[in-house]
Design a binder for this molecule. Structure first.
Ligand SMILES: CC(C)(COP(=O)(O)OP(=O)(O)OC[C@H]1O[C@@H](n2cnc3c(N)ncnc32)[C@H](O)[C@@H]1OP(=O)(O)O)[C@@H](O)C(=O)NCCC(=O)NCCS
Length: 176
């Protein structure tokens, strides 16, 4: 006789876990990998370590199901904050995670009574400029020929665009 046993199992629900954490040396290898995929001029390990060790900096990373998918580093001045670096894993771009990191920074800055965020971006980094504009940043100044464009040819330069935003009293709309 063929006796089939049916085991009833509870339906499993897969939970997505998204979190913001302080960036530490543990995440640096993942962050370096994202940085190298994103940029022709990636920050070095030393730059990340120096940043996380500087008490004037706010350094966050974003994790999805335990995997580091983004980071943001900002330096606090008296009443402004400068975004020094932000990056999202290429597989997770255009899904709101960059906006989420910025929102997280803004929440932290509101508590510190900082009223403005400044940043500088390469003129050729059109996607980042679009991203910042979408968040409400405005161009306030240009640093002519500030960046080297080609490490082999020092005469190839590109402008730095300085952008700023007054910290909005309400959060930027973001579901993540
Ligand atoms: C810039 C960056 C952080 C944006 O992160 P992200 O998670 O992809 O951004 P979001 O999904 O939150 O995007 C929010 C909005 O910004 C704009 N935006 C983002 N990326 C864009 C792109 N490549 N082109 C045009 N607009 C873009 C869009 O309006 C987008 O909204 P939409 O997707 O509904 O159209 C990410 O592209 C990145 O890591 N870039 C490489 C590193 C870098 O250049 N850092 C900045 C150094 S100054």
């Amino acid at each position: 006789m063929n006796s089939a046993i049916t085991i009833k199992t509870k339906p499993t629900t897969r939970r997505t876990s998204i979190s913001f954490n302080r960036l530490t040396s543990v995440e640096i290898p993942s962050v370096l990998s994202i940085e190298e995929q994103n940029s022709d001029y990636p920050w070095s390990q030393v730059q990340f370590i120096t940043s996380i060790e500087n008490s004037k900096n706010l350094c966050y990373c974003r994790s999805l199901n335990g995997k580091t998918i983004g980071y943001l580093i900002a330096m606090l001045a008296v009443d402004t904050a400068d975004i020094l670096n932000i990056g999202i894993d290429p597989d997770f771009k255009r899904q709101g995670y960059g906006t989420g990191l910025l929102n997280h920074l803004i929440k932290g800055l509101r508590k510190s009574h900082i009223g403005e965020i400044l940043l500088e971006v390469r003129a050729g980094n059109k996607s980042a400029i679009q991203f910042y504009k979408k968040q409400g940043f405005e161009k306030i100044s240009v640093r002519k020929n500030y960046y080297m464009k080609d490490s082999k040819n020092q005469s190839q330069r590109e402008d730095g665009i300085i952008m700023s935003i007054r910290i909005p009293s309400k959060e930027i709309k973001n579901v993540l």
